[in-house]
Design a protein around this ligand. Structure first.
Ligand SMILES: Nc1ncnc2c1ncn2[C@@H]1O[C@H](COP(=O)(O)OP(=O)(O)OP(=O)(O)O)[C@@H](O)[C@H]1O
Ligand code: SF4
Ligand SMILES: [Mg+2]
Length: 358
């Protein structure tokens, strides 16, 4: 197992109190697994990803543990973490593309980053050049300034630099968000290629875009208001999600070729709760069409079916009541029914924005 996270809690100190951005999350990422992490804006995706490599000033490690390759990762000890950054765990932060210093050439940026890890660029230069060619960047990219590169080229450059030391875990935060569809696809394919080539062992790919995850992720995990709501294989999450929030997220995606008049996009009514003082019970309760009396209690993140974890009382009841059996049978036969846990959602995500563009 590459990564094992146990009851992790991360907060931000603010003048109005602590924002509980990651509130008791437990999950694992297997060797060679590309895990997509999805959820609405502000649900804690970046905080979770960032906390695995750098707990910055306002962030607070409230509790929980992280293990990488069977060894504890000292996430709250900035100095001790220095040894692990880039070597064991690396990140392409959200907005990295626009944050590249415009006054420094790509080679200087790579040199500075490696120096901060006690490494010399010269030592890894042959491999750097090999990877630059592999991702289709010009040979002289090290001599270029970031503003001379297109968005897609900049993103490929950040991917090469952040994985130069073959980390065990790469966290890629919204790496496709600012790109057009063809560059999104190219960067997505490169992520899987980097895994296949062994440049990284496993990955957490954070994105709003479920259609990208449908193409590249082995598993998808969904967060809502600082907590985990569901994790399963990508195909199960797309075609047979059990959590009402995942179902609502998928219903809010457009389908290529379907006119608005024929199928109105529903969106998700309401807003996530404040993370300053989140309400007790299920955090999706105020927006959930299936909420019932039991939902005033906090649903645990339970493995309801093999490899399928869900935090929802209704899903647990459905699975216990037989929908899970239907779900299993349906998963085994692609044309099978979804069971009553899945509202009608139209065709699978392959027909939606990402793959529909093929
Ligand atoms: N520096 C900060 N100080 C205080 N609160 C913060 C800070 N950064 C994030 N937050 C809060 O923490 C919560 C989680 O934010 P986070 O950026 O992790 O969400 P996200 O899921 O990555 O959102 P997005 O999809 O918009 O990138 C939000 O409520 C956000 O307002
Ligand atoms: S626990 Fe209840 S409120 Fe929460 S998602 Fe499930 S049914 Fe809806
Ligand atoms: Mg984010």
């Amino acid at each position: 197992m590459s990564l094992s996270v146990e009851n992790l809690r991360i907060a931000y100190r603010t003048l109005r109190g602590d924002v509980q951005a990651v509130d008791g999350v437990t999950f694992a990422v297997a060797d060679r697994e590309i895990m997509g992490l999805a959820g609405e804006s502000g649900c804690g995706k970046s905080t979770l990803g960032n906390s695995l490599i750098f707990i910055e000033g306002r962030m607070k490690h409230v509790g929980g543990t992280v293990e990488l390759d069977g060894k504890a990762l000292p996430i709250s000890d900035d100095r001790a973490m220095n040894h692990h950054r880039m070597r064991d765990v690396s990140i392409i932060p959200q907005y990295a593309m626009s944050a590249l210093n415009p006054t420094k050439k790509v080679g200087t940026l790579a040199h500075d980053l490696l120096k901060s890890r006690g490494m010399k660029l010269a030592k890894v230069l042959p491999e750097f050049r090999r990877r630059v060619a592999l991702v289709g960047l010009p040979e002289n990219v090290l001599e270029m300034y970031p503003f001379e590169l297109s968005g897609g080229m900049r993103q490929r450059a950040t991917m090469v630099i952040s994985t130069l030391l073959n980390p065990s875990l790469l966290i890629a935060d919204e790496v496709t968000s600012a790109l057009d569809v063809s560059n999104q696809r190219a960067v997505g394919e490169l992520l899987t290629e980097f895994r296949d080539l062994g440049y990284v062992k496993s990955m957490i790919v954070i994105t709003h875009d479920l259609s990208i995850l449908a193409q590249i992720a082995d598993t998808i995990m969904v967060m809502y208001a600082g907590k985990l709501t569901e994790k399963a294989s990508a195909s199960t999450m797309i075609d047979k999600p059990l959590h009402p929030y995942t179902q609502a997220l998928l219903s809010s995606l457009p389908e290529v070729g379907v006119r608005y008049e024929d199928r109105e996009l529903t969106g998700i009514p309401g807003r996530p709760p404040s993370l300053l003082s989140p309400p007790p019970g299920c955090r999706f309760r105020e927006r959930c069409p299936f909420a019932y009396d039991k939902c005033v209690e906090d649903p645990p993140f339970m493995e309801l079916l093999p490899g399928h974890q869900v935090a929802c009382w209704k899903a647990a009841d459905d699975v216990a009541g037989g929908a899970g059996r239907e779900h299993n049978e349906a998963s085994a036969t692609p044309s099978g029914g979804a069971g009553d846990a899945s509202p009608e959602r139209g065709p699978s995500l392959g027909a939606r924005a990402g793959k529909g563009a093929e």
